[in-house]
Ligand binder design. Structure first.
Ligand code: OFO
Length: 171
């Protein structure tokens, strides 16, 4: 059993994850349009990951006898500038998501809601990876600078990313 406050907070995060998915799908479309097919693949995989994150919240709420509720998702931007700028925007968004997860964790600890705390642990670890990936790519893109060959090389590396469905979360 989880509290009303916790239910509302988890539901908000379900919708935050859906917005993340929407944002990265838009980034995938944009990079595809400007000819960066590898980056388009990277963002498409990120979209799939975010949908999986959203479904973890959906399943957890329903497993607790609650009702996962879907709200309106804001429209993401349609233009994003350079690939470096896109990854800076991605990192900023992931830092916001990390803060949301930390706030949820704080509430779970405050309410002595250990089931939710264990459920959220997976996301705490996941956010370290998300921010780490973005930081690595930002570093590489800064090294490449204005070199079109370098950009195409990073893009080719991004083509290799594949979606691996996350393991089920303990709940
Ligand atoms: Fe769901 O981690 Fe990104 O947003």
């Amino acid at each position: 059993m989880i509290s009303k406050k916790m239910t509302q907070a988890l539901n908000q995060q379900l919708n935050n994850e859906l917005y993340s998915a929407y944002l990265y799908l838009s980034m995938s479309s944009f990079t595809n349009h400007i000819g960066l097919k590898g980056a388009a693949n990277w963002f498409m995989v990120q979209y799939q990951e975010e949908m999986a994150h959203a479904m973890k919240f959906y399943d957890y709420l329903n497993s607790q006898g609650e009702h996962a509720q879907l709200t309106a998702i804001a429209a993401p931007p349609v233009e994003f500038g350079t690939l470096l700028s896109m990854f800076e925007q991605t990192l900023k968004h992931e830092q916001f998501i990390t803060k949301c997860i930390n706030d949820l964790m704080e509430l779970a600890v405050k309410e002595k809601d250990h089931a939710t705390r264990i459920f959220l642990q997976w996301f705490v670890t996941e956010q370290i990876e998300e921010e780490g990936n973005d930081n690595d790519i930002i570093t590489r893109l800064k090294l490449v600078g204005d070199s079109p060959q370098g950009l195409l090389m990073v893009d080719a590396e991004m083509a290799a990313r594949v979606f691996t469905p996350p393991a089920a979360t303990a709940a």
